[in-house]
Each structure stands twice: as C-alpha cells, then as structure tokens.
Design a protein around this ligand. Structure first.
Ligand SMILES: *Cc1c(COP(=O)(O)O)cnc(C)c1O
Length: 393
C-alpha cells in the first residue's frame, strides 16, 4: 500500500461495537480489569492492555501505530508537544558527564534546553557548524553520546549532509537524533540517512490546520535500550504523554497530510518565484535552484523543500513596516497552519535571547519568516507584494 492509502485506512486494533469508522476518543484516566491476573499482566508489561493514560491510551496508541507503519520504525511514542518529545529523547540518551554535539542553528527552545537546562544537570553541549565536517570530526569524541541536528534549520534554513554526519557520529558510537519537523516524515527515508531517532513537532504539518500540539519520537531501533528508557523511565517518571483528543485530531490530520503538503509546497514555490527578483528582497527557500542547499535537499528529502521560506529586507524597521502592512497573511508564530503566517523571529521567538547570542545563531534583525498556507497563491503574492511596497515607505 502507498503511504497516502495507508494513512487513511489503518486497521482498528479491535472491532468497534458500533462499527465506528474512526478510532474512538478514549477520554479516560484509567482502565478496568477482569481479574487480578489480567491486572498483573498489564502492569508488568506481559500484555499491552492499557492501565493508566499517563503512559498508554488506545487513541494515542492508534496514532503511534499508524506512524510506525508509515516509517518502518521499531517504536513511536507520542508526546504533548514537540519540546516534550525532544526533551524526553535527549534525556533518554544523555547523562551527566556526557557530551552532546549540535549546532547553533536550532529551534529557540531546543537551543535553550541544551545550553541552559541540561547544563544544570551536568550535560555538556558543544556547538559546531554542522556543514563543516572537519569541525564535526574534531568535536565528536569518545565521550559524545549524541549528535543532534535539525534537518532544515529554523529560521536559517541550513541543510547539513546527514549521511556524512551519521558516519562520523557512528564511528564514535554516538547516536544521531534529528528534528525533522520541517519536511513531513512520509517523504524522507530517515533510517537510510543514518538517523537513529527522529523527532517531530506534530503541531506543525501533522495536526492539520494547527488544531493541537504534539510531538512524536520515531525510534528506528538502532540504539540499545532506548525504547525501554524512553517509555519506562522518561515517559513514566516525567509524564508528557499526548492526550487522546490531540491524538484523534492528529490521526485525522495524518489522513490529509500528503494532500495538504503538496498544496503548501506548490504555494511556497509560487511565492518564492514571485518575490525572488524584487530589488532589496532576498528570498531563501531550498526549492530554488540557486539556493546553496538545493541539491542536498533534493537528494535527502525525496525532492521536497518545505513550505517555510524567509525574506531578508534592508533593515529591521522595514521588517516591522512589512509585518504591520499585511492584510491577508496572519501575524503569528507556528508553522504549516492552513493559513499563511508571518513573524519577525529576532524580536519575538528570539526576543529574550541577547543580541550577541542571536548574532551567533545567525538570527538576523532583517529576517522575516513565512509559513505558506493553502490560500490561493495569487492572493498571497498580492498581499506580500503590497506589504513589501509599504516596507519601503
Ligand atoms: C515548533 C518546533 C518545535 C517545538 O514543537 P512544539 O510542538 O511547539 O513544542 C521543535 N522543533 C522545530 C523545528 C519546530 O518548528
């Protein structure tokens, strides 16, 4: 079965008494057992009957199983948000005294998780340029437990050579953990690229119209004991499991993922092409042939380029005038809503990070981030061009 078919027609785990077509939403905290033996079997992992919804819920398990089928992963665990999925994964692998190698080009909260939260627990993080393989080779040592990367960085849109990075990491026994939020997992063969654990914020492409928060950990089964530590230690002891309601909405979102994504990307291409030759506007989108990461993106992500793009304008003031002039495009954070969204990352998402750190992270004051939605591209282009004209005044 092709992925678009499999996403829409997953088998239900048990026949529903009413013949429901969709997996019901099990809004309950706990589950009843027929006798003490069944109870023991559930609590000790002999059976997979659910016991308590902090760690297992039929509606959430249904979503996890569909994603497992689509990715060929050993296990998939759903969390309340992308950050919960990232922190649980990182804390399953790292330990005090161990080192993580990653980039300065990271989602803001992931950057702070490494440089602030985990540092308090004695985990060392070295930030290197992941497009410089020699620098990565120098940084990954015998004490390194993990190489962490984002497949397309946000908002710099940098793309590293994942297979080459994985080779370096695996030579030293370090796990490769990748945040693949920017391009849906249905297009990328993450395991073949050498990714051991894939994480995504399902708040974005998957939720289907920004209906709910969520994060998925996709475990390819290549790290010893990872699945056990993630489910039996982090999930049980820290919490953070996805709610049944979010899982229901994201299961629906998954049904339309491919159909929506193709329109998102087609619109992103139309916008990038319409704006790229405007004087004083720099468009960054890996789908453009002259983008420095175009070939790498094409090879690694099945010819997909995401529906996020950035515009660099002549000044911060021009960016603010641009944002204020938008009439159709929404002034909001988030990515891959059905609606097109615009934000000035330096003053908002990165607004509490000092200017020097922001500069190190290459988050420019002159950058606008756009998440292209499903509107008619002509309407979008007209609004964006009008806002660019206003930004010059
Ligand atoms: C949004 C995002 C996250 C965090 O996900 P939440 O669901 O908001 O917690 C992590 N990584 C990337 C690349 C993101 O875009």
């Amino acid at each position: 079965m092709k992925k678009s078919t499999a996403a829409i027609n997953p088998p239900l785990p048990r026949r529903d008494p009413y013949g429901a077509l969709a997996m019901p939403v099990y809004h309950c905290a706990a589950y009843e057992f027929a006798d003490h033996q069944k109870m023991i079997e559930s609590f000790t992992g002999v059976s997979d009957d659910p016991d308590y919804s902090r760690v297992t819920n039929p509606t959430v398990i249904h979503l996890e199983k569909i994603v497992r089928g689509l990715t060929g992963a050993r296990d998939v665990v759903a969390f309340t948000s992308g950050m919960a999925a990232i922190s649980a994964t990182v804390m399953s692998i790292a330990a005090a005294g161990k080192k993580i190698v990653t980039s300065r080009h990271l989602f803001g909260n992931t950057y702070l998780l490494f440089t602030q939260t985990l540092r308090r627990f004695g985990v060392e993080t070295e930030l290197v340029d992941l497009t410089d393989l020699e620098a990565v080779r120098q940084a990954v040592d015998d004490n390194t437990c993990m190489l962490y990367l984002e497949t397309v960085t946000n908002p710099q849109m940098e793309i590293a050579d994942i297979r080459a990075l994985a080779e370096i990491a695996h030579q030293k026994g370090a796990a490769v953990v990748a945040d693949t939020t920017m391009i849906p997992f249905i297009y990328t063969d993450s395991k073949a690229l050498g990714i051991d654990v894939e994480i995504l914020s399902s708040t974005k492409y998957l939720s289907g119209g920004a209906t709910s928060l969520g994060g998925l950990v996709v475990d390819y089964g290549t790290i010893k004991d990872f699945d056990y530590t993630l489910r039996k230690d982090l999930l049980m002891n820290l919490g953070g499991y996805m709610s049944a309601h979010a899982a229901y909405m994201q299961t629906l979102g998954l049904e339309t993922l491919q159909a929506r994504y193709e329109v998102h990307e087609r619109n992103a291409r139309a916008v990038a092409e319409a704006l790229k030759d405007i004087d004083g506007v720099e468009v960054c989108w890996p789908g453009l042939e002259d983008n420095p990461y175009h070939d790498l993106a094409r090879k690694q992500f099945g010819g997909r380029y995401s529906a996020m793009l950035t515009l660099t304008l002549p000044s911060e003031e021009a960016c603010f005038r641009f944002i204020d002039a938008l009439k159709l495009v929404r002034r909001a954070t988030n990515l891959f809503d059905n609606k097109t969204l615009a934000i000035h990352p330096a003053s908002t998402i990165f607004g509490t990070i000092d200017a020097a750190t922001r500069a190190e992270m290459d988050v420019s004051d002159r950058l606008i981030r756009l998440s292209i939605g499903l509107e008619d591209p002509e309407d979008l282009i007209a609004d964006l061009k009008a806002a660019i004209a206003e930004s010059r005044k």
